[in-house]
Design a binder for this molecule. Structure first.
Ligand code: OAK
Length: 801
């Protein structure tokens, strides 16, 4: 598409779709007009992909996820269609700067963190490798809450991404299903029938997902809840206007808001309704599509692969059995086997509080037929293994992980360590019974968003050096390895990093009034705030460092800027205390004239995908410091390594694999491993011992306790201090000393600019394996048995083994 054609298309949309003209148009009008013009270019490849999938009559993949943290969509589409230059030229010919227009788009924050962002990377990779697939989820009216800080404390407000027209979706009033809740179950002539007491309509909204070079496009289908009847006319006519509106309000509540909890179970009744709502709508849609092409439901596993993104859609097991058995008359045992042939389950956490359990009371009242089917499935499984006493029900609750496991033919963890721990801990019994079922699929990230778009400087350098093929064959980055020894390349690489840091520094100055020196090391920890991720370990180290610099202000310190980003679940009190502590420490340290040329701390509010895209390319040091055994994988860690930040981290999640690939000498390791963590926890008084053994740690904790960061309010952070001195379940105190040691190694390493750049380049060169294209191909061959349908580009039939 030429610049002129694109320009004409933008002007036409501005006039005919938005009803405005260039003199009156706002940046948002221009952005939407550009989005429509770009969307038009997606529709043909989208239709072609859909038709190719229909013609192939092959297997389709369905990714069921409660969350899709997709962020902004315009830049992704422009980049994947190869229209960056045309778009930039077209916008400037209209007097606009493309970057300004792109940044006007609100993030689609339909997810909390890792699990939702992984689903978004997977969608893009599925399209890039040409795998016929659908993402299924919920079209939340309000995504993840907006975070602001008031006196250093997190305050939440509703997010409102749909206030402006959303250019990327197509409403599909024709694709709608009635979803029931409650009611009763009866037998009728040998068939079981569920008659729900209430129901809502799930209506589809489709967003095309275009892959690299526009070669293939899939669909993200999100369900919106609508009432079965719009309002109660009788009540309205009696003057009961509120009452008349009630059915509509209640129905819409289901897709109103994303639950803001990351790894804690929450929400009860409404949450279970949300889970069933989107799972049932998706399964109905999947069966409808299957039956439009085939007539024998026994063939379902050959044509349909359904991936459950954690247990949120685990009700898919009993729901699919219900559809096959109750509705389509397949014998129960066969229905269970058929459903299992389609389903597979990914576990994303082993934290006990995050493993979903639903009380049988609640389940029985909302989904009575499903509860009885769960009992049947459980009994059938127990009968097959009579001496084991295994059950998916315990203390009047259904354990959704066990249900998902029993109804899946494959179950996967998201990093090698996490998968091992699944086998050894939470699923040990089931693993013994089904040793072939659990397998590992280490996470990945899409290089289009996380390198190509987010870091154009580095991308340009890579393409100049090795050609453009790395973009969809990321392991080609190995080809730059020898260039780590090339002084010219190192200088270019350093210059790209430096320019990214300058850009971030200007952003921080403009947006936050914070001034940071781009020469300093940018040390970044961005992720949800959680005790196991240990942002408090990081801030403790900052305090100790500040104290030490204060003792010796003329010392030869390595200047650092510590940057934090992340939200805490609104109900997670301790995590909110950590946020308050970080902000309070930042305030004191940043205003200390003695130390401020060596140490600054910044915590921009409302961390989201777009902020990550700014921060990661500008980072030198990536903080991946979770208590070993707790972080299932991490995906931020991969984005940092690809963008040439060195990791300081524990042997946790995918850090283990990152370190193996980039080389131990290019990774700052510290802390206990998962086995040592368990042993240490068993030692009486482990925290007190650690504090006693390390005067720096004791002094940092004393400063917090004595009110150094809460003037006039001693005791503000007592909960944190006493936790770290006593129970300290996450072993912050016990890992502090080694963390400090590793940080001082980082300081020394950073001063040798040549050596540092060599390490950074090797991180980029050796992290190509973390492309989500690799992960998706591995799911395709090892779990889904699905084929890519792209003729060219070597994606068809390529097998990662
Ligand atoms: C969220 C809700 C329930 C269970 C797990 C999560 C979640 O986000 N887990 C995260 O998933 C990521 C993708 O696999 C991993 O990289 C993170 O380590 C994990 O915490």
């Amino acid at each position: 598409m030429t610049t002129t054609e694109l320009r004409e298309a933008i002007l036409a949309h501005l006039k005919y779709a938005l009803g405005t003209d260039p003199d009156r148009a706002s940046v948002t009008d221009w952005r939407i007009a550009l989005s429509y013009a770009i969307r038009d270019r997606i529709v043909d490849p989208w239709f072609a992909s859909t038709q190719a999938a229909e013609a192939a009559k092959g297997k389709r993949v369905y990714y069921l996820s409660m969350e899709f943290l997709i962020g902004r969509l315009l830049e992704d589409a422009v980049v994947n269609l190869g229209l960056m230059e045309s778009a930039s030229a077209a916008m400037s010919s209209l007097g606009l700067d493309l970057d300004t227009v792109l940044s006007d788009e609100p993030d689609a924050a339909l997810g909390n963190g890792g699990l939702g962002r992984l689903a978004a990377c997977f969608l893009e990779s599925l399209a890039t490798v040409g795998c016929p697939a659908y993402g299924y989820g919920i079209r939340y009216e309000h995504g993840l809450f907006r975070q602001s800080f008031v006196d250093g404390r997190q305050v939440e407000s509703p997010e409102d991404w749909l206030r402006q027209p959303h250019a990327w979706e197509f409403e599909r009033p024709g694709a709608a299903f009635e979803i029931g809740f409650g009611g009763r179950v009866a037998s009728n002539a040998g068939r079981t029938e569920w008659t729900p007491a209430e129901s809502v309509v799930a209506e589809a909204y489709d967003t095309p997902v275009i892959g690299w070079k526009g070669r293939w496009a899939n669909t993200l289908r999100l369900w919106s809840a609508k009432p079965t009847t719009f309002f109660d006319l009788d009540r309205f006519n009696r003057g009961d206007y509120y009452g008349a509106a009630e059915p509509e309000a209640l129905a819409r509540t289901i897709s109103r808001v994303l639950y803001p909890d990351d790894t804690t179970e929450e929400g009860k009744r409404l949450r279970l309704k949300q889970e069933y709502f989107f799972t049932a709508a998706s399964l109905n849609d999947i069966l409808r599509r299957f039956l439009s092409e085939h007539d024998d439901l026994r063939q379902l596993p050959r044509k349909v692969a359904i991936q459950l993104n954690d247990t949120h859609p685990a009700i898919a097991g009993p729901e699919l059995v219900r559809l096959l058995h109750d509705v389509h008359g397949m014998p129960l045992d066969e229905a269970i086997v058929t459903a299992r042939g389609c389903l597979s389950y990914t576990n994303h956490t082993l934290l006990p509080e995050a493993l979903e359990r639903w009380s049988e009371g609640l389940m029985g009242s909302l989904l009575p037929r499903h509860l009885s089917l769960i009992e049947r499935i459980d009994a059938a499984h127990a009968a097959a293994h009579p001496d084991r006493g295994i059950t998916m029900r315990e203390n009047g609750e259904v354990k959704m992980g066990e249900l998902a496991f029993c109804m899946a033919h494959k179950v996967n963890g998201v990093s090698a360590l996490h998968t091992e721990l699944m086998k050894r801990t939470v699923f040990s019994e089931l693993h013994r019974l089904h040793p072939e079922r659990i397998l590992n699929q280490t996470n990945g990230v899409t290089p289009r968003r996380w390198v190509l778009s987010a870091n154009p400087r580095l991308s340009g350098l890579l393409t100049d050096a090795i050609g453009e093929e790395w973009v969809d064959d990321l392991e080609r980055l190995h080809e730059i390895e020898p260039l780590a020894e090339d002084a010219g390349f190192r200088e270019d690489y350093a210059a790209a990093k430096r320019a990214n840091k300058e850009e971030l520094a200007s952003y921080l100055r403009a947006e936050r009034g914070v001034s940071v020196d781009p020469e300093a090391m940018f040390d970044v920890q961005i992720k949800r705030i959680h005790e196991y991720k240990r942002q408090h370990l990081n801030i403790l180290e900052a305090i100790a460092l500040w104290q030490e610099i204060g003792d010796n202000p003329n010392g030869d310190w390595t200047p650092r800027v510590k940057i934090f980003g992340g939200k805490a679940a609104p109900g997670y009190v301790f995590a909110k205390e950590i946020i308050h502590l970080i902000n309070s420490v930042a305030q004191v340290i940043n205003s200390d004239p003695v130390t401020s040329k060596f140490l600054k701390i910044d915590y921009p509010a409302n961390y989201n995908v777009s902020l990550a895209e700014r921060l990661i390319p500008a980072s030198d040091l990536s903080e991946q410091i979770s208590t070993a055994g707790k972080e299932a994988s991490g995906t931020g860690n991969m984005k940092f390594a690809l963008n040439g930040a060195l990791t300081i981290g524990t042997l946790d999640g995918a850090n283990v694999e990152i370190r193996e690939l980039v080389g131990a000498e290019n990774f700052f390791l510290f802390g206990m491993d998962a086995d040592e963590v368990m042993a240490r926890r068993a030692i009486d008084g482990h925290a007190a011992r650690a504090i006693e053994a390390d005067p720096r740690l004791a002094r940092a904790l004393d400063a917090i306790r004595d009110g150094a960061f809460s003037p006039g309010e001693r005791g503000r952070f007592d909960a944190i201090v006493s936790n770290l001195s006593q129970a300290d379940y996450f072993l912050v105190s016990s890992d502090f000393t080694d963390y400090w040691r590793a940080q001082r190694e980082v300081d020394v390493a950073y001063r040798d600019r040549t050596a540092w750049m060599r390490m950074a380049i090797l991180n980029t060169a050796r992290s190509g394996w973390f492309s989500s294209d690799r992960t998706i191909r591995s799911y395709m061959s090892q779990i889904w048995n699905a084929q890519g349908l792209l003729a060219d580009a070597g994606t068809d039939g390529r097998d990662e083994g």
